[in-house]
Design a protein around this ligand. Structure first.
Ligand SMILES: Nc1ncnc2c1ncn2[C@@H]1O[C@H](COP(=O)(O)OP(=O)(O)O)[C@@H](O)[C@H]1O
Ligand SMILES: CC(=O)OP(=O)(O)O
Ligand SMILES: [Mg+2]
Length: 416
């Protein structure tokens, strides 16, 4: 087996007009039909965020899909989209030509709390549990819920499925998911690590394992670097450790979140006069790259580093240092690493970040090929031929993963 593989794994060209394929009539509008009745199941995937709603229609038989849609600036001053109701009504208009073909709606939900360890058909009870997890993901769950509430009203007859970021990490061993705090307090308050970005990590780790011909077997470190950022150690398809914790605040430096810090700093701030809510919003909304240099978009940070800006350079160095530290830690956790996979907006697009993060790790058998690292934005291997560990760029596809999981839940429900 050549663990380094040959390099390119580009997807085939997209059909000229994916909508044309989706226009094939489906049986899903017939209440007695199964997802297979009129062809492949067609899933509307909704990723409802605090200020944006991303959506896509996916026909799993192809898979064919519409262009991803995104409605931004929800509720912001001057925006034509005052709230999630308005945004999702717009989505309904956009997909109305296909609404008769829809089999189900799949929602990204960031925090599943202690209850959900797998994708779940949405009921009132499920909504209640997602609500209970709002304090654990205050940037994400309220927006996810807003999306669910509106689509349940707009499409009352369609099955709706919640696909949780936390689900993939439910296999995390106790030693990795347990905080070393007073046991009774931990029990009473439900303190434990959950981990996030699980849908993306499941997809990327599977593709990465296939890239090295070790499907289901490979040890993979997935670095999901988007607005939120996380590192996960995956052994043979199962999460064994991940950088985010009880909430999506722990771990790496992110666009606006601090990641790891001494909990003592929080008491220091509270004793110094800051209210707990103020500390929380400072740490999740005004920290990370934004807190360090005033920009949370990595492209802007990189442009400023280029022009010699010191604050941006420090922000960049802190970001890369933290990431390098987690890679070292997860090499230790996994013992042997087959692939390090970069994904998310930063991970997929920034050759510079990948280079900075991996520099100095050559003695661990982690060697980047500079040209492969620079070329293109598609799925590919970027390690040097003499690297012991394969390094890969794997564009994430949370939407496809959500569509697949949604379809599985719906099929299972129908056959029960
Ligand atoms: N060419 C690029 N170079 C560096 N960073 C990039 C590039 N393109 C996108 N990004 C970064 O990706 C981030 C968004 O990542 P993405 O995964 O799309 O976010 P989300 O978490 O919202 O899904 C942005 O903050 C931006 O800084
Ligand atoms: C959980 C999380 O951080 O998600 P995102 O990267 O979409 O903010
Ligand atoms: Mg994302």
């Amino acid at each position: 087996m050549d663990r380094r593989g040959s390099g390119e794994g580009r997807r085939g060209p997209a059909p000229a007009d994916p909508r044309a394929r989706l226009a094939v009539p489906r049986g899903a509008s017939d209440p007695d039909s199964t997802p297979e009745a009129g062809g492949g199941p067609v899933i509307l995937v909704i990723n409802s965020g605090s200020s944006s709603v991303k959506y896509q229609l996916i026909d799993l038989d192809g898979p064919e899909r519409t262009k991803p849609g995104k409605i931004e600036n929800i509720g912001e001053p001057g925006s034509e989209v005052p709230d999630h109701e308005a945004a999702l009504t717009r989505v309904a208009d956009e997909v109305s030509a296909h609404s008769g073909e829809l089999t189900a709606i799949g929602h990204r939900v960031v925090h599943g709390g202690p209850v959900f360890i797998e994708p779940t058909l949405i009921t009132d009870e499920v909504v209640k549990h997602i609500q209970e997890a709002v304090p654990l993901a205050p940037l994400h769950n309220p927006a996810n819920l807003a999306g669910i509430e509106v689509t349940r009203r707009l499409w009352p007859d369609l099955p709706q499925v919640a696909v949780f970021d936390t689900a993939f990490h439910s296999t995390m061993p106790l030693a990795a998911r347990t905080y070393a705090v007073d046991h009774e307090v931990a029990q009473r308050y439900g303190l434990r690590r959950y981990g996030f970005h699980g849908t993306s990590t499941a997809y990327v780790s599977r593709v990465a394992a296939e890239l090295v011909d070790r499907a289901g077997l490979a040890n993979v470190i997935v670095l999901h670097l988007g607005n939120g950022a996380s590192a996960t150690a995956v052994a043979a398809g199962r999460c064994v450790d991940t950088s985010m914790g009880m909430t999506p605040l722990e771990g790496l430096v992110m666009g606006t979140r601090s990641g790891d810090l001494d909990p003592g700093t929080i008491f220091h701030l509270i004793r110094g006069g800051m209210a707990p809510d103020e500390v929380e919003s400072m740490l999740i909304e005004r920290s990370g790259l934004l807190g360090l240099c005033g920009d949370n978009d990595m492209r802007a940070v990189l442009a400023r580093v280029e022009s010699g800006d010191e604050a941006a350079a420090l922000a960049y160095d802190v970001y890369c240092h933290r990431l390098r530290k987690y890679i070292g830690a997860y090499c230790a956790v996994l013992g042997e690493v087959d692939v390090i996979a970069f994904t998310g907006g930063v991970g997929e697009n920034s050759a510079l970040v990948r280079r900075s993060v991996l520099s100095g790790l050559e003695h661990m058998g982690i060697r980047l090929d500079p040209l492969r690292n620079m070329s293109g934005d598609a799925k590919r291997l970027i390690s040097a031929d003499d690297s012991d560990v394969v390094i890969a760029v794997v564009p994430t596809d949370e939407e496809l993963e959500i569509a697949r999981e949604t379809s599985l839940v719906v099929s299972r429900t129908i056959s029960e």
